[in-house]
Design a protein around this ligand. Sequence first.
Ligand code: ARG
Length: 576
Amino acid sequence: MKASLAEISQTLRDSIEFLAGPLPTDFDVDLRRSEFSDFQSGVAFSLAKPLRQSPRQIADQLASTLTAKEEWLTAEASGPGFINLSVSKAWLEAAVQAEQHRDPSGNAYQQTAVVDYSSPNVAKEMHVGHLRTTIIGDAISKLLEAVGTTVIRQNHVGDWGTPFGMLIEHLIDVGEESAEAKLLETQPNRFYQAAREKFDSSAEFAERSRQRVVALQAGDEPTLLQWRMLTELSRHYFERIYQQLEVSLSAEHLAGESIYNDMLAGLTQELLDAGIAVISRGAVCVFLDGYLGREGEPLPLIVRKSDGGYGYAATDLAAVRYRTEVLKADHLIYVVGAAQELHLQMIEETARKAGWLTEQVQFSHVKVGSVLGSDGKILRTRSGDSQKLADLVEEALTRANRAVEQSRPELPAEVQHKIGQQVGIGAIKYADLSIGHASDYTFDLERMLAFTGNTAPYIQYSAARIQAMLRKAAEAGSSFQETGLDLTEPQERSLAIALLNYSHIVEQSAQTLQPHRLANCLFELAQAFSSFYDHCPVFTAASEHSRDARLKLCQLTLGVLSSGLGLLGIRTPEQM
Ligand code: ARG
């Protein structure tokens, strides 16, 4: 076996089996980085009960077995039962080199996953909540692709349902070429509110709107034409934001609620025929065991409303079917606000009952927490509207640009601007990605853009610093690429171990759908690089060989930093 993290795990596993007999294949040997040695395992704690010995006794035995077993590995029991593991210099050097050629895509992940993310609503502003599902969904898609999964992105845009009657009528009233219509591309909420006000104040408009919904759902051609105009204008608005954020969502991933229209009647009938849905007060409802409302009354999943209209639940059920039957997905992933947990649970259960979702297909809700303002409440503008996304992005870019102008006044304006863009967007994305997706967090531009702490600029800066060094080496005609590693100082070892962790973390992040694990791995790597940089002089190293070996280590670090940032959708600036 080649030197790698997997080799340590396997060696540890073999020693445990020697002591305790065969282990289940998924047994976790609990290997991690450690401050006290190269690696540490707490496996003895979980073996204490089955082996009826104290963790410390087990750790002692495992440590001596391990040390005797391999000449590259030494182990020592510590504290109440930890095992501290140290690897030889040659082994570590070989492992770090080999890691560069490792491809994390393995058989385990060769499946098709549909990732439903972003999914804003037509004629509504995208808010920071949508921003977060967009960014997290994009990172999850890239992570899954990196481990060999076929990803189908689906932007489940809210482009169907009752409000479209009034929106279309309003568009007809103002004219599609009017300034009011253009608001859809820039400030969709204002368009929506204008329609809403008319609906509330004019009985005539309200009646027209109701008739328009009926015409829309019946497939009336002129109505569909107006509807297309409306969604098109709205799409310009989303696409501008995706482009600005460099998110990999485009027109081909658009799969709005409307595309399921033709499936809804049949699906409703099937649910009724199977006895899964019943008619309750004129509506078609599914009642599932254990779902109760506030007063303890059974909570329905409403498939068809009493007025005959289909809503959010119906299109979601149709989407499940489409994704399993047509897209042939093995895994349905919903990167959607935590508030929609109940809705998605009911969708999953109903679809399983109906047989649209078989046991082989996984269903995951990646719950996305709220973005809070400095007052600890959901982020809002002064007028009480939810904060406009475009404004926040603009503000982040302005600040990032200003910071670059100050730190690098000598650079040409367009270079400053490019760096500002990469840093500003990186900062926003990283803030969303570096904490668990389900946690709420406070939107704080100042902190996101800081060059210290767990931020994108901090990690980007490490990468930029390395690039400056490599440029300097190239200018001097260095041929360090051919040099091997020479890990002598403790900081060099720590950096090497941080590098070794990377592909394992990519797999874990993908498997658990938790990009924050990768973010934290990159942060730790950047920290390890900083302390290496502070303690181990590169250009003034004691020998040419040492200088070249350090340059090599820097280059490997850069490779991992930039591919990791890439998976998070963050650019690596050439300089900062
Ligand atoms: N459009 C919805 C919203 O803005 C999110 C849709 C999430 N995806 C889904 N399949 N339900 O809240």
